[in-house]
Design a protein around this ligand. Structure first.
Ligand code: GRF
Length: 219
């Protein structure tokens, strides 16, 4: 069967992107990376992708007449690469409603908190300030609202005494690198379905998993 072609959008380090590339190297993995797209030429992830032999493209976000012009250029690059699923992995730009509508149900993001807690910037600092005992990451569908779409999978880690942003983010990142490839696998296997029912929030079903899905735990 044809593999799902994923496009990975990055702005920086690219460790989640690298985890996705690594997963796709297994011959039986049901997805491949068709394009790594960055808004920054100096993103470390761009050279990691190039070294791995993955097609890359840089589209700087500045110099466009409007944000939508930039988004349309991004979208055209993804279409040209025949991408079926867009994976945001540390992409630090907000999309216009046009882009979100264009890729509706075919775009996912990873956020380093157990959503809906601690959306937006500095989630680890927010988690430490709130005194939570568990944190983690969430892969969710992207909707026209920051860090707010239906949740596909989460990975949880303990918050330990004495944690600071650095130690907590490292622990969470390790589980991010497990959760994102798992979700890409599910998409490649055609197992992820968005269930829309009037009167209730949109929810995700993953074929083969009980309602509520699975939680990855990294102690
Ligand atoms: C990750 O923590 C991800 O959850 C968030 O941005 C960070 C990107 O890190 N959206 P990397 O570029 O994947 O290393």
């Amino acid at each position: 069967m044809a593999k799902l072609r994923a496009g990975v959008l990055i702005s920086g380090r690219g460790s989640n992107m690298a985890a996705l590339i690594e997963a796709c190297r297994a011959p039986d993995f049901p997805a491949e990376i068709g394009l790594v797209l960055s808004n920054r030429a100096d993103a470390a992830g761009v050279s990691i992708a190039q070294d791995a032999g993955v097609p890359t493209q840089v589209i700087p976000h500045s110099g466009w007449p409007s944000r939508e012009h930039f988004d349309r250029a991004m979208s055209a690059a993804l279409r040209d690469a025949r991408v079926g699923l867009v994976c945001l992995a540390g992409f630090m730009r907000l999309f216009t409603p046009w882009f979100v509508a264009e890729w509706q149900d075919r775009i996912v993001n990873i956020h380093p908190s157990l959503l809906p807690s601690f959306k937006g910037l500095h989630p680890h600092r927010q988690a430490l300030e709130a005194g939570v005992r568990l944190s983690g990451c969430t892969v969710h569908y992207v909707v026209d609202d920051t860090d707010a779409g239906p949740i596909i999978a989460q990975g949880a880690v303990p918050v330990q005494a004495g944690d600071d942003v650095e130690s907590l983010s490292a622990r969470v990142l390790a589980v991010e690198h497990q959760v994102y490839p798992l979700v890409l696998r599910w998409f490649g296997e055609g197992r992820v379905r968005l269930v829309r029912q009037p009167g209730v929030p949109d929810a995700v079903e993953v074929a083969g998993l009980p309602p509520g899905g699975t939680v990855l735990w990294r102690g």
